[in-house]
Design a protein around this ligand. Sequence first.
Ligand SMILES: [Zn+2]
Length: 105
Amino acid sequence: MLKFHYSEGKYIPRLLCDICGKSIENADRAIVVNRPHTDSFKDEMLDAMVVHRGDCDLSATQKLGVTHTGSADLDHYLFNLIHNIGLTLDELSKRSERYDRLNDL
Ligand SMILES: [Zn+2]
C-alpha cells in the first residue's frame, strides 16, 4: 500500500507490505501477487498485493483465498507501471538529477 511517512516536516513516499505493514526498503525483497484470473478470454482487473518475499508471500496467498497466485518481481511491476502512467526513463532520470540537487542543499 502507498503511504506518506510524515517526518520532520517532510512527506516521504513509502510502499508498505500489504501483509505485515512494514516498509519495503529493498525492491529485490518484495513481489506483487495477484489472485489468478477466472477466464482466459475476458479482460479483468485483478486484486494485487505488494508483499515481502517469504512468509508475507505465503500469507498473501491465504488472504486471497486461493491455492496459488500469480506474481511479478516488484521492480518489474514498477517498471511497467511507470510506463503505463506515461512516464519515461528519460523523464525519471531528469527528475532524479533535480532530486539529488535539492537534497544536496
Ligand atoms: Zn511483509
